[in-house]
Structures are given as structure tokens and as C-alpha cells.
Write a protein that binds this ligand. Structure first.
Ligand SMILES: [Zn+2]
Length: 371
């Protein structure tokens, strides 16, 4: 049994009257967040109770916020400062630019078949929504966490964390998403939020070194050139095999028994060209990916673990925070992912691993609900 949490991103369809209320609420909350943030910035290390003591009445009076919303705002601001600190960023003033509002389950929001019910500055609203393929996330047994109401491009979304105990597939310890690539041979992202990078530089450099020689031999075409070329290929194969062995072994020993490894199902050519554009490298790399998967599968089986392959569609283009999916999110040259909507920024291969991890969790949810 394993507890997993995924975020359901549902689209809301408010009426025009409801939109006015939502906009007003989001805009006041953003003002409050920035007001509270300015205060917290001047009081480094302030705790919740002190903050509540200092700002509870001023915020309620000045902004007309309800009691629960005021306290939610304090928590949101403190959490932002805390995450800045734990990510190792220097202490600086946090400003809230986006429209977002944190809602506590059963207090600020609830959900039924037809609508979500939200707490706003003007009381409760019942807004129709669309699930679209996420129905299974709401099957019996899931626990809902603190949701976020988000407005982007004049559309409204509710991001709801859903937690479920998964009993299928014998997972006891870990769930790990793995992104395979060239720059990083593999990047893993696990259920505790840890990322591990397995450099592909050595393989890449080795290949680049022999490229000129390979080209010369290819154009030469004599018998001895062909023999040398074959030798070179064999050498490269041995090298890639050794690296794949080392990386799969490291993953297995890192996570131990009872782990579910999630990888992309690289059956389609499109994904492979997405990873690797150069035609000459295509065969080599796709072969290396298959070998990696095979090795991981048999080693996983030996350690009572499992490998799950998921659809690779958009794993490199989707924002793990807001769900925005576009090619422009990824800068290949800089090896960086930067969301064009919410500004989320990270290493591109790491982002791929996070998306693969989420896809795997989604599959587990679907399986759990069918069972
Ligand atoms: Zn985003």
C-alpha cells in the first residue's frame, strides 16, 4: 500500500456575474498577500501566531476579508517565504503577481457532481466545472487537500490535490519517474521530491570523439574501412551497455525493493526525434533507450520492483505547476524549462521526469478506481 497525491486541474465555467465576484475576490486576495508579504519581509523569521497577532485586525478592516481567508493568506505568504528558504534562495521580498487563492477543503470549497462550491468575498458560489478524463481522480476514497483557484487568460481553474491509498501493483516504498535523454542520460524524480541526475556527457563526448573517424571510414568504403567501422560500432555498443548497466544498477540500489519506476514508452519515432534531432544519432540513441528499459525491467523484477511505461506525449512541454503545455516552455539550448504562463523554472530534463512521475501516478489512480 502506498499513498500518492496528484493534482487535479479542473476548469470552471462561471457565469458573468460569478466572474465579477471571482475577479474581485482574487484581486483583493492578491492585494492582501502583497500587503502581508511586505510586513513579513520586514520581520525576518516571524511565526504564524505573531503574524496573526499583528495583522489579523488590520487586514480584516482594511480589506474586508473574512476570518478564514485572512488566516489562509497568512499561511500562503509564510509558505512562500519558507519554500524560498528551503530552496536555498537568499532572503528577499516575495511579490504575488498572479491571481491565486488557496481554499481549504470542506471549509472554503467542496465539490459535487454538478458544481464546485467556493467561498468568496460575496458568500458561496456554485460553479459548474469540467473534469474531462479526470473522473477517476474523484472516485471513492480520495482525500482532497488545499486547492488553489487560479485565473489565467481570463479562464478559471481549480487545482485540487487528491490523495489516495494505492493497493495495486505491490508498491511499498517509492514511485520514481525517469526521463531519458542525451544531455542527461537519465534524470529521476521521486515521491519525496528528490531529483537525481545521471550525466550523459561521457557518452556524448565519446561519441563526438569518434564521429570524425567514423565519417572518414564511411566515405572510404574499402574492406578494411568497413571492418574498422564495425569494430568502432561494437566498441561503442559495449560502452553504452556498460553505462546503462551502471545507471540502472544505481537506480535499483538507491530505491530498493518495492519501487515503481515510471518511464516513457518510446515506441513512437516522434518522441525519439524529440529527444534527439540529429539523424545520425537516431539509431544509436533509440537502441540505447530500449536497452535501458530492458535492463531496468529485469533488475526491477529481481528486487521485487516494477517498471511502468507511460505515454510520452507532451512530457517535455507541460508545466508541472499550472499545466500550460507549449513547445515554447522549453529552451533546448539552455537546457531550461520556463513556463510561459506561470513562470515556473527548472532544468528541462528534471521537468520531464516530474511530468513522467505524475503520469505514472495518474495511471495508478485509474487502476485503483477500476479495481
Ligand atoms: Zn506553469
Amino acid at each position: 500500500m502506498k499513498t500518492i497525491t496528484i493534482t487535479a486541474k479542473i476548469k470552471l465555467y462561471p457565469t458573468s456575474v460569478q466572474m465579477v465576484i471571482l475577479n474581485k475576490t482574487l484581486s483583493v486576495i492578491r492585494d492582501v498577500l502583497n500587503f502581508v508579504s511586505a510586513f513579513v519581509f520586514g520581520q525576518e523569521g516571524i511565526r504564524y501566531l505573531e503574524l496573526d497577532h499583528a495583522l489579523y485586525y488590520p487586514v480584516r478592516q482594511q480589506f474586508g476579508l473574512r476570518s478564514q481567508m485572512t488566516q489562509s493568506a497568512f499561511r500562503t505568504v509564510l509558505a512562500k517565504y519558507q519554500s524560498m528558504k528551503s530552496n536555498g534562495h537568499p532572503f528577499s521580498k516575495v511579490s504575488f503577481r498572479n491571481f491565486e487563492y488557496d481554499l481549504v477543503w470542506n471549509r472554503d470549497y467542496s465539490i459535487s457532481c454538478q458544481s464546485v462550491s467556493l467561498n468568496t468575498l460575496s458568500g458561496r458560489l456554485h460553479i459548474p466545472f469540467e473534469l474531462k478524463g479526470m473522473e477517476h481522480w474523484f472516485c471513492a476514497g480520495g482525500r482532497f487537500g488545499t486547492a488553489k483557484l487560479i485565473r489565467k487568460n481570463r479562464k478559471y481553474y481549480l487545482h485540487i490535490p487528491v490523495t489516495l491509498e494505492v493497493e495495486n501493483r505491490n508498491i511499498l516504498n517509492h514511485i520514481v519517474g525517469i526521463d531519458l535523454g542525451v544531455n542527461h542520460l537519465a534524470v529521476s524524480f521521486d515521491d519525496e521530491g528528490n531529483t537525481r541526475f545521471f550525466s550523459g556527457r561521457a557518452v556524448k563526448e565519446k561519441r563526438a570523439k569518434t564521429l570524425a573517424l567514423r565519417k572518414r571510414l564511411q566515405t572510404c568504403g574499402t574492406k578494411s574501412a568497413k571492418r574498422k567501422l564495425k569494430k568502432l560500432r561494437e566498441k561503442e555498443t559495449r560502452y553504452v551497455t556498460a553505462v546503462n548497466h551502471a545507471v540502472t544498477k544505481a537506480l535499483i540500489s538507491q530505491y530498493g525493493a518495492g519501487t515503481l519506476f515510471i518511464i516513457e514508452d518510446l515506441t513512437g519515432i516522434r518522441t525519439i526525434t524529440e529527444h534527439v534531432r540529429l539523424k545520425s544519432r537516431y539509431t544509436m540513441v533509440s537502441w540505447a533507450f530500449y536497452q535501458f528499459r530492458e535492463m531496468l525491467e529485469y533488475k526491477a523484477a529481481l528486487s521485487q520492483s516494477e517498471v511502468l511505461a507511460v505515454d510520452p506525449k507532451y512530457t517535455s512541454q507541460s508545466c508541472p505547476v499550472c499545466g500550460n503545455t507549449t513547445r515554447a516552455n522549453r529552451n533546448r539550448k539552455k537546457h531550461e524549462f520556463c513556463c510561459t504562463v506561470c513562470g515556473y523554472r527548472s532544468n528541462d530534463d528534471r521537468t520531464g521526469a516530474i511530468n513522467i512521475y505524475h503520469k505514472g501516478c495518474n495511471t495508478l489512480f485509474a487502476e485503483a478506481c477500476q479495481a
